[in-house]
Design a protein around this ligand. Structure first.
Ligand SMILES: C[S@@+](CC[C@H](N)C(=O)[O-])C[C@H]1O[C@@H](n2cnc3c(N)ncnc32)[C@H](O)[C@@H]1O
Length: 276
């Protein structure tokens, strides 16, 4: 699957899709950067679940940290699971096991994991309660839930040249139109509490694009993902923006890349909690 196509009843339309451009964004991730709030809780021998693991770039660091404990990764998309398996093989992580499946109907027994973690997953699955109920079921009593999710409203590109703020808003509106939760990062404490987790610690962080290399990457990513025919088609189909607006934003994004103060940041919220 390459575009933003129908996936399953639980995630009817996955906004980001599985294009090469988005894979390049996922390739930049790792446990040290993207699960920094979780790593202090991990010790050798723990059994950890990575929900919506994608190509496993974060899972690899989690697997290494808990060795000889097990890291289980699950994702709805077979191509992602194949990449994660290949990465585990290449990295020599024989304790990492990956399987295709739906996070609202986990194929694991009750009370079977010490830790369940997700990164950029809850923001995409419409039924948050269903995922958290499953996480609670598979965690051992006292087990740790951990998540890191985007805060769309706190993400930005500076200088905010004409229309760039509207482009960010359209991205968030598209997520919402697909049943996703673009502000999930700041809602984690509330949804964990509502799901019956305790001892909750919430925090926030920015993923920044400031160096010439990072600004160039962000510009290329926007060109290949946000301005791709699939995304433009999806947004215009939902009546969120016109093709002319996308063309204007594309030109503005080119100007932004060459601005001396070009700086973009994606805001993330993190939280951990315990199953009582
Ligand atoms: C934005 S990617 C994040 C991947 C990885 N966690 C990371 O941050 O690099 C979201 C992933 O969630 C998966 N996903 C979406 N809905 C799902 C569901 N209902 N069950 C399992 N995986 C799902 C997608 O296939 C995709 O690989």
């Amino acid at each position: 699957m390459n575009g933003n196509e129908t996936l399953s009843a639980s995630t009817p339309t996955y906004t980001m899709g599985y294009s090469d451009e988005f894979q390049k964004m996922l390739d930049r991730r790792n446990a040290e950067t993207n699960a920094a709030h979780l790593l202090p809780h991990l010790t050798s021998g723990l059994r950890v679940l990575d929900l919506g693991c994608g190509p496993g770039t974060i899972s690899m660091g989690l697997a290494k940290t808990v060795e000889p404990g097990e890291l289980h990764g699950i994702d709805i998309e077979e191509s992602q699971i194949e990449m994660a398996r290949a990465a585990a093989l290449a990295g020599g992580h024989s304790n990492a096991v990956f399987q295709t499946g739906d996070v609202t109907d986990l194929p694991y027994g009750d009370d079977s994991f010490d830790v369940a973690h997700c990164h950029a997953l809850l923001m995409h699955v419409p039924d948050t309660r269903a995922v958290l109920a499953e996480v609670k079921r598979v965690l051992k009593p006292g087990g740790l839930i951990s998540a890191r999710e985007m805060i769309g409203a706190s993400s930005f590109s500076e200088p905010a040249l004409g229309g760039l703020g509207d482009a960010w808003a359209t991205f968030q509106n598209l997520l919402e139109a697909n049943g996703a939760h673009p502000q999930m990062g700041k809602e984690l404490k509330g949804v964990f509490l509502e799901a019956g987790f305790s001892d909750i610690h919430a925090s926030g962080s920015f993923e920044t694009y400031s160096t010439v290399e990072d600004v160039t990457f962000f510009h290329t990513f926007a060109g290949g993902w946000f301005f791709s025919p699939d995304t433009v088609e999806a947004a215009t189909k939902h009546g969120l923006a016109t093709r002319e607006q996308f063309e204007d934003w594309r030109r503005t994004m080119d100007e932004w890349k060459d601005a001396p103060g070009a700086f973009s940041a994606v805001a993330w919220g993190e939280a951990t909690g315990r199953k009582p």
